[in-house]
Design a binder for this molecule. Structure first.
Ligand code: TXA
Ligand code: MG
Length: 307
């Protein structure tokens, strides 16, 4: 087992053909076995070898987006250990865009199964320092600098319907539905690309990515001095060190910083984090960020109907 850098977040990796390595990931992460892992490969060719079925949509998306922050679900080959897939008939495959990890992947057979390198349900790591802290220096780490994307890959499921493909996004990330539609359109593929309504992917739990201090989502005009009672009565606690967290204007910058800020505010001695959802955040490139913030929050304060 080794922690590996990727462009999204650090992963806690084990060789897909080592049952001991795979078991180790679940125990170190304290992750339940019903939550399947992503298999990381160095190429499209390797991905195909681990899938039983590989459609033209898999091929086009992998060709355009790999190495990169896109995970493709495919029917699994029998050589994939059921521990990786939580007993599902499908496997999640991704070729990460990071030079050291690609080199490591090329030097082994098959690939590396890796969830994010954090304790189950906690904030994902975007530096080797975060990983070391999370596991108290118990895990060897392949140093690879800071992750450039900062939130986990877009996870996509692909189904062939009567005369078109259904491409469902189970977890939003850097690649948006619009970007995926455009790639398929340019390649003359008839497909409907949509965000999955219900969390069909196991592991898509409501509470996830949580920092140690509460994160509260507030309306744009929220004023701590005036409105703090709403928060304190809902959380049944008083707070003395609030951090008013303004998101960077640019979504890609915001996603790069997201997890390290959540860790940083806690360490700086704040006891609560407040961040506002702005009208500009309804643009599609913010979906991944707000998906994580909603899961990491302890409370959302709704806008006052009177104001
Ligand atoms: O960017 C990423 O994807 C990072 C880096 C390390 O590659 N990995 C990551 O792994 O986020 P993890 O375990 O934290 O998230 C894996 C996600 C889960 O939400 C799980 O539901 C989904 O992938 N997944 C895995 N196998 C699946 C399957 N067969 N069908 C549907 N979803 C699956
Ligand atoms: Mg994770």
């Amino acid at each position: 087992m080794v922690a590996i850098p990727t462009e999204t977040v650090y992963g806690l990796a084990g060789w897909i053909f080592s049952e001991a390595g795979l078991n180790n990931i679940f125990s170190v992460k304290e992750r339940p076995f019903f939550d399947p892992l992503i298999v990381h490969v160095d190429s499209l060719k390797r991905a195909r070898e681990l899938a039983l079925e590989w459609t033209v949509v898999h091929d086009i998306l992998a060709t355009h987006c790999w190495p990169g922050p896109l995970t493709l679900i495919a029917k699994k080959h029998s050589k994939i250990n059921p521990l990786i897939t939580a007993g599902l008939e499908s496997v999640a495959l991704r070729c990460p865009n990071h030079p050291q990890t690609l080199k490591l992947l090329a030097s082994i057979e098959g690939g590396l199964a890796a969830p994010s390198a954090n304790k189950f349900g906690k904030t994902s790591p975007t530096t080797s320092f975060h990983v070391a802290e999370e596991f108290h220096n118990d895990v060897p780490i392949l140093e690879g600098g800071e992750c450039s994307i900062g939130i986990e890959s877009t996870v996509v499921g692909i189904t062939l319907l009567k005369n078109e493909y259904l491409v469902e996004i189970y977890r939003p990330g850097y690649f948006t539905a619009r970007m995926i539609s455009q790639i398929l359109e340019e390649n003359q593929i008839k497909a409907s690309v949509q965000y999955a309504q219900s969390p069909v992917a196991p592991g898509q739990l409501q509470h996830h990515y949580m920092p140690r201090i509460p994160l509260v989502i507030v309306p744009e005009n929220f004023n701590w001095d005036k409105d703090r009672l709403k928060v304190e009565s809902a959380l049944k606690k008083t707070f003395s060190q609030p951090k008013i967290w303004e998101q960077p204007k640019n979504a890609h910058l915001a996603s790069r910083e997201l997890y390290s800020r959540l860790r940083q505010f806690d360490q700086e001695g704040y006891d609560i984090i407040l961040t506002a959802k702005l009208p500009t955040h309804s643009a599609e490139e913010w979906l991944g960020i707000w998906n994580r913030l909603h899961k990491a929050q302890s409370l959302t304060v709704e806008k006052d109907p009177a104001s």
